[in-house]
Structure formats: structure tokens, C-alpha cells
Design a protein around this ligand. Structure first.
Ligand SMILES: Nc1ncnc2c1ncn2[C@@H]1O[C@H](COP(=O)(O)OP(=O)(O)OP(=O)(O)O)[C@@H](O)[C@H]1O
Length: 568
């Protein structure tokens, strides 16, 4: 809000204007009644004129106040959402391993919304009370200090009531937001995995689980509504008590000639003018409690321990492939599984295949080489320089990384392909399409390169998505290409063709690929075999095939398998 001080001052000015004008109306109505009592027709008309004038002024002030303050809250909401969005995009890989998407969505959506309600309607009501109270109270004291003290006495209980209800509301709101986040996480997961849910007939169980979470959310919402609805009756009770005091004590003062009838009328107007702001004070206190709980959750999110990624500035890269060295590198999880310790050296233009069983650490190694995962011990040198926060963007600028799960955006094929090279020409795109053997496919698509591929590339098959992801990486002409089982969904024949094409296309780029297929590994100059995260064999495929060990065993098995397939 501090950034919008000027708008805030304008809003505050409009609020004061509106409140002062509204508070003064009863004063003129009192004077008009007194004039009528004296049968001073001219005076009463003048006073009624003033009344009308201030009512119009209050109306204009109210319009400006709402326009400025509610508009400001929408602006602050937009800024908060955008800054959260760019905050999220500047988080490293480790941050996302801890997060649940549904929870993030509920924070960026719901929690930001609670903050807006406080900075908009909440703040406006609060400012209205602050500005209306001194003027109205001043006029009331000026008219009769005895009656002012008497009618204001019940209002002191209101503050106590609001305090107790506010504390309770904050507690419930924290639980409510957690319940909403659980609901949102669960539904996001179910909808993302909808095919698995349906294929395994899990609908009923998921619906029942959703029902449990939804009931908890509904129960807490009801509780919050009950708390919220306590404000109005409490305010009405206190307001009623004040009116009772006004009629009994004020009437008594009029009877004994200590107060005029006009003053009593003015007091009624003052009480009406005070009633709404006093009632809305409870409402705005509740909004502040909700916003406090929401902002606490947003603060937790933006105080993550991981440092932000360095800014993505344009980088000029050397025109030669990368050299990489891993020295005593290790990354182990709490379970003891993981990678390393490992020493490895890759000269510029080297090609290495990483082979191993399920969970042997292939993906982890590629994530470390990609600079996505920081190793717990040891270090990685890129072109002889340790990879650090300062050199990370430089490393990424020359990197082509194709993960196991190809991720496509719900845009055209062209946008998905040219994501890392928006300036790529039509010829370049087609050249790459031929390398990854998808030129035929593109021609068959209804709008060719301009076909929209749907969410996560739903209109493409797994193998087609993988080839698109590979083409996207190749279009960048990377100095280092990392393929994490990137063609696992492509048939063996097409994979051989793509690898053949790749050899010609890549030229001297440094290549590391993780694979389960021996014939893929054989296209590389060297093979590293991992077991339980440890290197158990390293050498040329020919040398490893001649040694007794995992690689030779895998080669025998897979050759047999291929013979059988060919025979069939
Ligand atoms: N975020 C994580 N938290 C805990 N353990 C993990 C995490 N990521 C990976 N692991 C563990 O580290 C080990 C190596 O995982 P990795 O994904 O590198 O295997 P992989 O060789 O690529 O397997 P696959 O061939 O099945 O893809 C596995 O035992 C896995 O359970």
C-alpha cells in the first residue's frame, strides 16, 4: 500500500469529506426542528437547504471514497498476485519438490483474496469509523455532554465483544484456509490423475475422500459464518440499548427543559449516523482477522529457504562444446538412496551413456549435470569453473535438457518447438523436425505447425510428445545435450533412425543420455553403469561388452530379445 500513498491520501480525503458531511446532516435537522418549533419558516427552510446540501456532498464523497479505495485494493491485489507469480518462477527445483500445486493455487487465489477484502472494504469501513467518530462525537458533546456520555456507555461493551469474537474468528480462519488448501490439493491431484482414477475404478473412493475434506471445509465455513453473524446482533443490541437510553434519559432532559426537542432529534440522527460504522467496525475487524491468517500463509510461502535463481540476462556463449568434471560428487536422500560419491570427466564433444537398473540414480545424475539439483557434497566444474549461483544461467544458456516426462504447453506446436529459440526460422524448424523424424507427422496434422496441441500436448502420443521435447532442445543448438530416457516411448526402429540423425546434427556438442537400451548406449563413445547410485563400470561400449559385468549381461539379454522380436 505504501507504494500507492497518493491514492490512499485521496481515498482518505474522500472518506473524511463523506463522513464529515454525513455527520453534520443531523445537526442541521436539529436546527430545522428548533426553527419549526419557533414557527420561523424562513429559518427552517434555510436549515433544510443546508441538510440537503450536506446529504448531496456526503453522496459525492461516498462515491469518490469507494471508487478510490476499492480501486486501490484491486490494484494491490493485482500487484500481489503478479509478484507472487514471479516469485514462484524464480524458485529453484528444490522448492517445487516441497510444494503441492493445489496448495500453491489456494494461496495465490484464496489467500490473496482475503488480503484484498481487508485492504479494500475493510480499510474503507475502518477509515469511515475513524473519521465519523470525532466529528459526530464533537457535535454530540457540543449539544449535550450528559446525554453523549449516557448514550455512548453501551458502546464501550461493543469493543470488548469485538475483541473476543475477533480472536475466535482468527483461529477458525487459519483452520479454514488449511482445509481449503487440502481440498484444492486433493481435487487438483484427482483431476490431473483422472485417467488412473477411472481405469482403476477409484471414483467412489476419491469422491468419498473428497466428501470428508469438503465436509470439514463446510463445517469450518459454517463456524466462521456463525462467528461473523454474531457481529450484527451484538451491534444491534448495543445500538438498541443506546436508543433506549436516548429516549428515556434524553426525553427526561427535554421534559425538564435541559434539552430542546430539536437537540433530541439531532441526537437520534447522530445515533443513526454512528450505527452503521459501528456495526461495520465488527465486520472490518473480521476481515482483518481473515486477512491476517491469509497473509501469514503468503509470508510462509515467500520466506522459503532456497535462494532465488539469478536473473535471466542475455549471455554470449563460447562456440565450443562444454567440458564437465564431477569431483567426489554425492547426493543422498534420507532413505540413503541417491547418487555418488562419483568422479567423472567429460571432454568437449564427448558422448556418454548412463545405464543402470530402475532407481540406480540416472535421473539424479542428469539433474545434477543440468544444474537443477545442487549436490550435497563434492563439486561440478563446467569448462573448468565450479558451477555456482553466479554461473548457473550461463550453464543453462548452452543447455538442451530433455526430461523423462515431456512437458508441452497448451499452445501451437510451433510455439512449443520454438520456445527456447523464438527467432528460429521456418527452415530451421523443419530441419529439426526431420532430425527427430516428426516431419511426416507435422504434415498430417490439420494445421501443421500451427496445430494447438491441447493441455500438456494431449492430442499427441507419448512418443510424439517426446520427439517434440527433443526437437525443442535441439533447436537451441546446445553445447551440452542431456537426454533422460528421452525416447523411451518411441519404437526401437524410429529411435535408431533419430540417433543416426542426431549423430550428424549434433556435431561436436557434448552429449549425456540415460537409457535402459543397450543399443542406444552403444551410439555413445563411453558408457557409465550405475548401481545404487555408484559407478560400477565406465568405458567404451566395445570394451564393456567384452568384460564380464552388468553391461555385457544386459547386452546379451537385449540382443536375444531383439532376435526374438525379429523372428516373430
Ligand atoms: N525427491 C526424492 N526424494 C527421495 N528420494 C528420491 C527422490 N528422487 C529420487 N529419489 C530416489 O533416488 C534414487 C535414484 O532415483 P533416479 O530417479 O535417479 O533413478 P533412475 O535411475 O532414473 O530410475 P528410472 O530408470 O526408474 O528412471 C531412487 O531410489 C529414488 O527413489
Amino acid at each position: 500500500m505504501a507504494r500507492h500513498r497518493r491514492t490512499l491520501y485521496w481515498g482518505l480525503t474522500a472518506t473524511v469529506w463523506c463522513s464529515v458531511a454525513a455527520s453534520v446532516v443531523p445537526y442541521w435537522s436539529g436546527r430545522a426542528v428548533n426553527a419549526l418549533e419557533r414557527q420561523d419558516w424562513h429559518g427552517s427552510r434555510v436549515f433544510l437547504g443546508w441538510m440537503l446540501g450536506f446529504t448531496v456532498a456526503a453522496g459525492i464523497g461516498r462515491y469518490l471514497m469507494r471508487n478510490t479505495l476499492i480501486g486501490l485494493s484491486r490494484e494491490v491485489e493485482r500487484e500481489q498476485r503478479e509478484s507472487l507469480y514471479s516469485y514462484l518462477l524464480s524458485r529453484p527445483f528444490a522448492f517445487y519438490e516441497r510444494q503441492r500445486v493445489g496448495d500453491l493455487m489456494s494461496r495465490v487465489g484464496d489467500d490473496v483474496g482475503t488480503v484484498r477484502m481487508a485492504t479494500g472494504p475493510g480499510l474503507m469501513s475502518f477509515l469511515q469509523v475513524l473519521s465519523i467518530l470525532p466529528v459526530t462525537l464533537g457535535l454530540m458533546f457540543h449539544t449535550s455532554w450528559r446525554l453523549t456520555l449516557a448514550v455512548m456507555l453501551p458502546f464501550s461493551f461493543l469493543a470488548l465483544g469485538f475483541y473476543v469474537i475477533g480472536k475466535w474468528s482468527h483461529m477458525v480462519q487459519q483452520k479454514l484456509q488449511l482445509a481449503f488448501s487440502a481440498l484444492s490439493t486433493f481435487s487438483h491431484e484427482t483431476i490431473s490423475g483422472e485417467r488412473v482414477v477411472q481405469a482403476f475404478g477409484l471414483e467412489e473412493a476419491r469422491v468419498a475422500q473428497f466428501g470428508t475434506l469438503s465436509r470439514r471445509h463446510a463445517m469450518l465455513s459454517m463456524k466462521q459464518s456463525v462467528i461473523f453473524s454474531a457481529y450484527a446482533p451484538l451491534s444491534a443490541l448495543i445500538g438498541g440499548m443506546s436508543a433506549l437510553v436516548l429516549v428515556s434519559y434524553g426525553g427526561n432532559l427535554v421534559v425538564h427543559g435541559k434539552l430542546t426537542l430539536g437537540d433530541l432529534t439531532a441526537f437520534t440522527g447522530f445515533l443513526v449516523a454512528l450505527a452503521w460504522p459501528m456495526m461495520s467496525l465488527g465486520w472490518s475487524a473480521n476481515l482483518f482477522q481473515r486477512a491476517k491468517a491469509g497473509q501469514e500463509r503468503l509470508d510462509q510461502l515467500v520466506h522459503s529457504p532456497e535462494p532465488a535463481l539469478p536473473a535471466a540476462d542475455p549471455i554470449a556463449l563460447p562456440d565450443i562444446p562444454v567440458s564437465l568434471s564431477l569431483e567426489g560428487l554425492s547426493h543422498r536422500f534420507e532413505t540413503g538412496r541417491g547418487l555418488g560419491p562419483l568422479d567423472l570427466h567429460l571432454t568437449p564433444g564427448d558422448s556418454l551413456a548412463v545405464v543402470g537398473g530402475i532407481g540406480s540414480g540416472k535421473t539424479l545424475l542428469l539433474q545434477v549435470l543440468a544444474g537443477l539439483r545442487e549436490p550435497q557434497s563434492g563439486r561440478m566444474l563446467v569448462d573448468g569453473e565450479p558451477l555456482s549461483h553466479a554461473t548457473l544461467r550461463r550453464h543453462w544458456a548452452g543447455l538442451g535438457w530433455v526430461p523423462q516426462e515431456a512437458f508441452l504447453f497448451s499452445d501451437t506446436l510451433r510455439v512449443n518447438l520454438a520456445m527456447g529459440r523464438p527467432d528460429a526460422t521456418e527452415e530451421e524448424i523443419w530441419e529439426i523436425a526431420r532430425v527427430v523424424a516428426m516431419d511426416e507427422l507435422i504434415r498430417r496434422l490439420p494445421d501443421g505447425l500451427d496445430t494447438v496441441v491441447g493441455e500438456r500436448g494431449v492430442i499427441l502420443s507419448g512418443g510424439e510428445r517426446q520427439r517434440t521435447a527433443l526437437a525443442r532442445a535441439l533447436l537451441r543448438r546446445p553445447r551440452l545435450l542431456l537426454l533422460d530416457d528421452a525416447l523411451s516411448a518411441v519404437d526401437a526402429e524410429t529411435e535408431s533412425r533419430i540417433l543416426e540423425n542426431l549423430r550428424g546434427f549434433l556435431g561436436t556438442s557434448t552429449l549425456v543420455l540415460a537409457t535402459h537400451r543397450v543399443f542406444v548406449a552403444e551410439t555413445c563413445a563411453r558408457v557409465l553403469v550405475l548401481e545404487e547410485g555408484l559407478p560400477i563400470q565406465l568405458g567404451s561400449p566395445e570394451a564393456l561388452a567384452g568384460q564380464a559385468g552388468t553391461f555385457a549381461r544386459l547386452k546379451r539379454l537385449q540382443s536375444l530379445e531383439r532376435e526374438l522380436v525379429r523372428g516373430a
